[in-house]
Design a protein. Structure first.
Length: 538
């Protein structure tokens, strides 16, 4: 249950204040944006009420608060006065934490420049909310810089596009000409939550804030709509983590990654999950991400191989968390995901790499063998994407999934029916998933290695006609010799995976032949079908 009272601002405007949650918890003040009321915070309140004493108020002109008629009563300084009155009334001698959105955040920013701000405010989490001075300062600086002129002009275009709709709002009209930035330093810890496709304020507007904020964190979210209603779990988790850390708790990985000015490698403060990590491409991928600063979750059915990979990852200066799991077992993959998330959080990058080789004509391949290949190579990818994909979406801050297919996914070979089919399924599945997860800011990359020297030849099963079943080892030997001629190791694939994640590549062939055949398969599909009839190493 919430209770309501009124607080009088410095110019006599009555501000409606609602209070609920844990009366013994730290005080969290919620400040809404333009055209909203305090009820916009209801989804966030539901997630934080057990821990915080929550104070939410209607800004002037909204909800049950007073609505002065004069436009001059809606300057950002007046919104700062309203916040000051509320903070003084509910905070007592203890500084309050603040979560503010849009125009509400602008008023709090204005207050933070006042001398008594550190005594009243313990932290600000600002959502899509620079102050008008921040925006004006950025535009002025950008338009006078040849290197940044285009971005500055782009921000002006965004503001112009918003003007017709916003011009009817008195706060917009009252602050059309904000004063030049005063350069007053902010000594209150501030956490920015920035949507990268905000239609009104571009992410570059926030770039220079570290010059005036002594302790700053920044979380960039891959979305254009970032509000208390669209991402309540993101906002609640961000506040929880910052308040915990300011209270003395170690910063979780997500908060470390957000800390502005913290020295880190390319994938520092990142968690990467890699399946099939006991050897080959999986091991090298785990090592590549570890060298780039990430901690890794490694899994495989080969426990001894995993132990060796873990030792190599540790030697590279990263943490390795090992799990023995069969990716073809959906329940086992889900159980592992539960354990990983409970202990380490949701991985930021997931690499579904585990797979097996198989050679043999379809008519010579037992049904159970065909199903085994599809269950591991394709089913393992599906299981991984189902378990991790849902958690990445629910987390709400984006991420990346890498599915390792093969050049065989677009190269028909008459004696590799099961293998080619499983990898082609991975390719199409990834294309569909990429389209689905794009709106959640989650990238999906399909990796298509060519001829790579791994131990897959040693573990490949052959389905041969009864008269030739003794030829398996000689066929394996010839295949091994063919791979050796290429002299391309799994480290090349690992480097391609890391680069593809950085650039958000949808499809990444690896090796010259993989690129060449990829082009031919799309330009001359009949040539590929014809070649398949003669592709017989058996």
């Amino acid at each position: 249950m919430s209770t309501q009272r009124f607080v009088e601002s410095s110019d006599g405007v009555r501000i409606a204040v609602s209070e609920q949650g844990n009366p013994d918890g730290p005080t969290l003040v919620l400040v809404h944006g333009l055209r909203d009321t305090h009820r916009v915070w209801d989804p966030v309140v539901a997630l934080l009420a057990d821990r915080f004493r929550i104070v939410a108020y209607d800004t002037r002109g909204a909800g049950n608060s007073g609505a002065p008629k004069q436009t001059s009563a809606y300057t950002v300084d007046r919104f700062a006065d309203d916040f000051a009155a509320v903070a003084a009334a509910v905070g007592g001698d203890t500084p309050v934490h603040v979560l503010a959105h849009g125009w509400g955040a602008a008023g709090v920013w204005q207050y933070l420049k006042r001398a008594d701000a550190p005594e009243r405010v313990a932290s600000l989490t600002s959502v899509s909310g620079p102050s008008p001075e921040h925006v004006a300062g950025y535009v002025r600086a950008a338009l006078t810089s040849p290197r940044r002129f285009v971005r500055g002009a782009g921000q002006l275009v965004r503001l112009a596009a918003a003007a017709p709709r916003a011009a009817t709002a008195k706060p917009y009209r009252a602050n059309l000409r904000p004063a030049a930035p005063a350069g007053v330093p902010v000594d209150v810890p501030v956490q920015l939550i920035v949507p990268d496709h905000d239609p009104h304020v571009g992410p570059h507007v926030y770039d220079g804030m570290s010059a005036s904020v002594s302790r700053l964190w920044r979380r960039d979210i891959k979305t254009g709509d970032l509000s208390p209603g669209s991402h309540p779990q993101v906002l609640a988790r961000a506040v929880d983590q910052l308040v915990d850390h300011l209270g003395g708790a170690p910063a979780p990985r997500e908060l470390l990654r957000a800390q502005v000015g913290r020295a880190r490698k390319v994938f520092g403060d990142t968690l990467v999950s890699v399946t099939g990590a006991a050897s080959g491409i999986g091991r090298e991928t785990a090592l590549a991400f570890a060298r780039a600063g990430a901690d890794v979750v490694i899994s495989d059915v080969d426990e001894a191989g995993l132990e060796q990979t873990a030792r190599l990852v540790t030697a590279a200066g990263a943490a390795a968390h090992s799990y023995t799991v069969d990716v073809a077992d959906a329940a086992a993959v889900e159980a592992m995901a539960e354990l990983v998330c409970a202990a380490h959080g949701v991985p930021d990058i997931v690499v579904n790499n585990a797979g097996v080789g198989h050679a043999g004509f379809f008519l010579d391949t037992p049904a159970e063998e065909f199903d085994r290949v599809l269950g591991i190579n394709f089913g393992g990818v599906v299981n991984g994407c189902r378990s991790w994909g849902r958690r990445l979406v629910d987390r709400g801050t984006g991420g990346h999934i890498v599915n390792v297919a093969s050049m065989a996914s677009y190269t028909p070979v008459n004696v590799m029916n099961a293998y080619c089919t499983s990898k082609a399924a991975v390719f199409m599945f990834s294309d569909c998933l990429r389209a689905e997860l794009d709106s959640a800011g989650i990238g999906v990359t399909t990796i298509c290695p060519g001829v790579i020297g791994t131990n897959i030849v040693d573990t490949t099963r052959f389905s041969l006609p009864e008269a030739r079943r003794d030829d398996a080892e000689s066929i394996r030997r010839r295949a091994r010799q063919g791979f050796a001629v290429r002299r391309v190791g799994p480290d090349k694939v690992a480097k391609a995976i890391v680069a593809a994640v950085q650039k958000n590549k949808p499809v990444r062939p690896v090796t010259t032949e993989a690129y060449l055949v990829y082009g031919v398969a799309h330009a001359l599909p009949q040539a590929m079908r014809s070649a398949a009839r003669g592709g017989n190493i058996m």
